[in-house]
Design a protein around this ligand. Structure first.
Ligand SMILES: [Zn+2]
Length: 672
């Protein structure tokens, strides 16, 4: 498949520069690209390998050993000295978010080691990415245990695989590139810090630039070969410049006085630890090499700081991304000759004809990404917090109720046992957790249950002709552990936001209760989604996401008023769950319906409830009915859904002392 040429990418200068600096100096530690959908982040990453020089590898080595410096631990080695090499293009290896551990690290066949006495290792993606690029799209959605494996390999430059005493290791040094949409959840701080540089990808605002993006995309799609040919010279020029810069890098020194400037800059932005200083020094040297210079200047430091600091400075969750330019200039000191001068992110020489036109304000600090684009989909609703009036005849008055007090919610869970990602909600068969039994291996044996294996082999020893000490093991004897732990789930909230709820001033309490469940979901590592129904229809206010922040904001601004289309709500929730099942089939959903059970618009909710039940959706109905006379409609709904019934008051885990702790932990992690 023809790739879109790297040199044909319009705008995104920060991103291209960050990738190039890492290509020159992989020690910088990779690039994280944050940005909304539709900013061509992935296109730019995939285009990179075309301008990276080929690598020389030992013929036949599955671990990409270099002929001059082969990996002494290489499972395919040892390679004889002077083994012939052959060039191959630099690889881009994509790590899918749902990959298994075996797929990432490779799989070790413990069964063969036990029964045949040979170490058999099938390389994984870490081996494939050695000396290339490892790309994780939606890196923020990567499972925690894969993140840990990735970080270990990245830090050590080596991947270790160990199963039951049999171990293999091989070199795994790669340029780590991640892309993410912050709307879908933030990255763990440890992983964030691991990326050397970050860039914000935003769609260009300047009309001429936007038009050029579209023009090139159309031309490429119409005739990829002709389009690529048009940029062949530019591609070759960038590739040659990277090779030249790599050669130059070794001789570039960062002056002592500049190291002090770097330290001052890091101190000014309140950066913890020394990693930022080191990354800036390396990126500044690579920037100088890319410019064709022989020494690092303040401008190189400035360019490096703009890429290395935004994710490391101390900040609050809702701060705008990017760096304060003025603060950066002040920290760089008086010697910065022309502080108003925009840094030139693209060196002048490697931009031949066909170089993208300059875009409008490159500076990441001008707050282009709206810090909070979270207005509800139909964001009207003045939030003046006055008591709403409910008029059944017109049913159109609406308001936004404030969010009431939160409490520590009891754990709601999906019945049965799942196989989803590790978390803290429902029971599940997991990779970790306690051993609950043994079973023959499902594919390659990974987690040996030694006792069960010995017991399985014992009855056959005489027949197998055992003479001396030691057992005669057969493949059929092998047993692996069956473990049980907890998984995370998708918790989809379906909230009645109609006027009847508002009339009784219940919405404040209801929002408090839902926020409590959201805080709980955050701690249990769930995905959450929010559907509300009011007026004539239901609305997906928040598609399933790991961002509890986004959910809390949507909830806070959710307007209330109008009729009660409960059936439409159930139908919308069902459609959302079906879509999500295609995307993430292992993650079991829990539908939490927050309602008093009334419906005043649309058909009978019973049929919609039965459809959800027949589809196997686990649900909980939280009854919001209050007052002396109760219809207990929510109870009937729970029965139709085959779900659990709780009143709003049942929702709290009454050990309220833990509440303050849970809110504090949440805040701390968001600020960290
Ligand atoms: Zn090798």
């Amino acid at each position: 498949m023809t790739q879109f040429p790297f040199s044909a990418i319009v705008a995104m200068d920060d991103m291209r520069l960050a990738l190039i600096l890492n290509a020159i100096s992989p020690a910088i530690g990779g690039v994280l690209v944050r940005g909304e959908k539709g900013t061509a982040k992935s296109t730019a990453v995939r285009a990179l390998t075309a301008v990276l020089p080929p690598v020389e590898v030992v013929a036949g080595c599955r671990f990409s050993c270099s002929p001059t410096t082969p990996d002494p631990q290489c499972p395919d080695g040892p390679h004889p000295a002077g083994a012939g090499g052959q060039p191959r293009p630099t690889r881009l290896v994509e790590l899918p978010v749902g990959a298994t551990e075996d797929r990432l690290t490779g799989s070790l066949d413990v069964g063969r080691a036990l029964t045949e006495g040979v170490t058999s290792f099938q390389p994984g993606l870490l081996a494939a990415a050695h000396r290339g690029v490892l790309y994780v799209d939606e890196v923020n959605l990567l499972h925690d245990h894969l993140v840990d494996l990735l970080l270990d390999a990245a830090a050590l430059g080596t991947s270790y695989v160990e199963r039951d005493g049999v171990s293999v290791q091989h070199a795994a040094r790669f340029l780590l590139v991640g892309t993410m949409n912050p709307e879908e959840g933030e990255l763990r701080p440890q992983l964030l810090d691991r990326f050397g540089l970050t860039v914000e990808a935003v769609a260009p605002r300047d009309p001429a630039t936007r038009a050029e993006v579209v023009r090139r995309r159309i031309a490429f799609d119409a005739d990829p070969a002709a389009f690529t040919a048009r940029f062949a010279d530019d591609e070759a020029h960038i590739a040659a410049s990277i090779v030249a810069a790599r050669a130059r890098l070794a001789s570039i020194v960062v002056d002592d006085s500049l190291l002090e400037v770097i330290a001052a800059v890091c101190a000014s932005f309140g950066v913890d630890g020394l990693r930022a200083d080191i990354v800036i020094a390396r990126a500044a040297a690579a920037h100088a090499a890319w410019r064709g210079a022989s020494a690092v200047t303040r401008e190189d430091v400035r360019a490096a700081a703009q890429l290395a600091l935004p994710h490391r400075r101390r900040r609050n969750p809702f701060d705008a991304p990017g760096l304060d330019e003025k603060q950066l200039d002040d920290a760089l000191g008086e010697a910065s000759e022309d502080p108003d001068d925009e840094p030139d992110p693209q060196p002048p020489d490697p931009g031949p004809d066909g170089t993208p036109p300059p875009t409008d304000g490159q500076a990441p600090a001008d707050g282009q990404a709206p810090a909070d684009g979270q207005a509800p989909a139909d964001g009207q609703a003045p939030a003046d917090g006055q008591a709403p009036a409910w008029d059944p005849a017109h049913g159109a008055r609406e308001s936004v109720a404030p969010t009431g007090a939160t409490f520590r919610a009891r754990r709601l869970e999906v019945p049965g046992k799942g196989k989803g990602a590790t978390g803290r909600r429902s029971r599940a068969y997991t990779d970790g957790g306690r051993t609950v039994g043994a079973r023959p291996p499902q594919s390659v044996l990974r987690d040996l249950h030694a006792t069960a294996t010995l017991m399985a082999s014992a009855p056959h020893q005489v027949r197998r002709g055992r003479t001396g000490p030691g057992l005669v093991l057969d493949r059929a004897d092998l047993r692996e552990r069956r473990r049980e732990g907890r998984e995370s789930n998708l918790v989809l909230f379906l909230v009645d936001a109609s006027g009847s709820m508002a009339a009784r001033r219940r919405m404040e309490a209801v929002k408090g209760a839902v926020l409590s469940l959201l805080l709980d979901a955050y701690q249990r590592r769930d995905k959450v989604g929010l559907v509300c129904f009011r007026g004539a229809s239901a609305q997906l206010l928040l598609p399933p996401t790991s961002s509890v922040d986004a959910a809390a904001r949507r909830l806070d601004t959710m307007p209330t008023g109008g009729q009660t289309p409960l059936t439409a709500g159930l139908t919308e929730a069902h459609a959302t769950l079906r879509r999500e099942r295609l995307r993430d089939p292992q993650r079991r959903p829990l539908l939490v319906v927050v309602t008093d059970g009334r419906h005043t618009a649309g058909g009978d909710p019973r049929a919609a409830a039965l459809r959800l039940r027949h589809d196997g959706v686990a649900s909980v109905v939280v009854d919001c009915e209050s007052g002396p006379v109760r219809l207990r409609l929510a109870d009937a709904l729970a029965q139709a859904l085959g779900g659990e019934y709780l009143s709003l008051d049942d929702l709290g885990d009454l050990s309220v002392a833990a509440l303050a702790g849970s809110v504090r932990a949440y805040r701390r992690e968001m600020v960290a």
